[in-house]
Design a protein around this ligand. Structure first.
Ligand code: N7H
Length: 449
């Protein structure tokens, strides 16, 4: 079993609060920072054992902490952590990630590459977050300066739990051996070291410095979503599809579902290919109980009638396409939407005026096997998944990136799988960071020592 009081709360289960602040900072006075961290901030950091304890009093605001490679160096931690992408940082990696937005167009704080650390503060309301942040800032005084802040918030009302395109999120996460108490049908069981450094399954389990046990690398991305443009594009494509049995809106809904591989309700198209069955979406005994394969005469290499090869959830978890055997390239997602819902003015003009999107957070023991693998080797590789009748399934239509160029995805048009849809991505990178979220012991030593 894993020592849950050593593992920060966001890593294995997510802080899962309706509001979350990401506060990125640069360290000016490492000595003072270390003192304040050890004495005043440390007691506020929320562990996994605290989060899962149903009888313990829960803090009003939850806090997690992580540092960039530059930040750790400033704090005198120079051990070889064995992650070249973490050490390089995300700005120089943007090109290789295929970023549709060059770093000079990122939000300035992230582009300047000045982040040493981040505070992740989550709560039911903003007031406890503001109070804890004000306290932390008053303790730290001039020992840090703010680089960037992003306020994430769950959507409300009928869109509770859905991201800005309208799809239910937070459905599929791997179960971690040594932590999960049950496994739902279709959920994958992964080794703890897929997520936690120094644990069984970490590709560098035996070579990391010992203090890295039970920490995790955090890949952060601020991903802007162009929602009215996305909906308008689906309607435009739908109007050209020769299907008299559906209204244009119904055709657009089906195209959108095929881009994700799930209907807005969360129901997988692999279980409901033609019409949504909304009761499946929120039901964890059913909503992952599929693997894209079906009984004969179904041909896994040729038939996209249930789910296109390029669908988001198929590109980033290929299931039967890889013999249900890929456990090494999985991640824990702990992101949250940011920005307000689309306004009437934006709907009326089909144009985004106010930034909204996903504050994407993934945890993995190795950035190149986790976030980066999913982005580069899967989402951006037009030949993946291979071995299909169509040798180029195309980009992941949600977050596949092709630099400044358009992306194409095949199989989305249910009347003609050979008809590639080509479009400018509706998700734009606004920047990001690679950080490391250490164990509780490691926060005290070496980070704060
Ligand atoms: Fe994705 N979306 O709302 O459209 N994602 N994602 N994602 N995503 C998933 O299963 C979305 C992004 C994964 O096991 C669902 O919880 C959006 C990045 C993984 O079946 C929906 C953005 C990366 C899964 C979305 C975005 C991933 C997953 C279905 C960007 C990694 C689980 C709900 C703005 C590099 C796959 C669910 C599985 C699911 C959306 C980005 C990864 C609806 C809008 C950058 C691993």
């Amino acid at each position: 079993f894993l020592p849950l009081d050593e593992i920060q709360g966001d890593i294995l289960i997510g802080m899962k609060k309706p509001k979350q602040l990401f506060f990125f900072y640069n360290i000016q006075d490492p000595k003072k920072f270390k003192q304040v961290l050890a004495k005043l901030i440390y007691p506020h950091i929320t562990t996994t054992s605290q989060l899962i304890c149903t009888t313990c009093p829960q803090p009003k605001a939850l806090l997690n902490v992580a540092w960039t490679s530059k930040g750790l160096n400033k704090l005198n931690v120079f051990d070889n952590n064995l992650d070249p992408f973490f050490n390089m940082g995300q700005v120089p990696d943007a090109n290789a990630l295929g970023d549709d937005n060059p770093p000079q167009n990122w939000v300035p704080g992230l582009y300047m590459d000045k982040t040493d650390g981040v505070f992740l503060i989550a709560s039911k309301d903003w007031a406890p977050i503001d109070t804890l942040l004000a306290q932390i800032l008053s303790w730290l005084g001039t020992s840090i300066v703010e680089v960037h802040r992003l306020k994430g918030a769950h959507r409300t009302g009928i869109w509770e739990g859905h991201e800005h395109f309208g799809f239910l999120d937070g459905i599929s996460q791997p179960a971690v051996a040594g932590f999960a108490t049950s496994i739902f049908p279709g959920q994958s069981l992964i080794l703890p070291g897929t997520i936690l450094t120094g644990e069984i399954g970490d590709p560098f389990e035996f070579s990391r410095p010992s203090w890295m046990k039970w920490g995790s690398f955090l890949a952060f991305r601020q991903l802007q979503q162009f929602v009215p443009e996305f909906d308008n594009y689906l309607l435009h494509e739908a109007s050209a599809i020769p299907d008299g049995s559906r209204t244009v809106q119904e055709r657009a809904d089906l195209l959108g579902a095929r881009m994700i591989g799930r209907w807005k309700s969360g129901t997988p198209t692999d279980l409901a290919p033609d019409f949504d069955i909304p009761s499946i979406g929120p039901d964890f005994n059913l909503n992952n109980d599929f693997d894209f394969d079906h009984p004969a005469p179904f041909n896994l290499a040729a038939d996209q009638s249930f789910c296109p090869f390029s669908a988001h959830i198929r590109k980033i978890r290929p299931r039967a396409d890889q013999g249900n055997s890929n456990f090494a390239n999985q991640i824990m997602r702990a992101g949250i939407p940011y920005g307000d819902d689309v306004t009437d003015v934006e709907w009326d003009s089909n144009t985004t005026k106010y930034e909204r999107g996903l504050a994407f957070v993934s945890y993995q023991s190795d950035i190149s096997s986790g976030y980066r693998f999913q982005q580069v080797a899967w989402a951006n590789d037009v030949n993946f998944v291979g071995g299909k009748i169509d040798p180029t399934p195309g980009f992941d239509p949600i977050f596949g990136q092709n630099g400044a160029g358009p992306i194409f995805s095949s199989g989305i048009d249910y009347t003609d799988p050979n008809h590639d849809l080509t479009f400018m991505s509706f998700v734009l990178s606004r920047g990001g960071e690679y950080l490391y979220s250490p164990s509780m012991s490691a926060i005290l030593n070496p980070v704060a020592a």
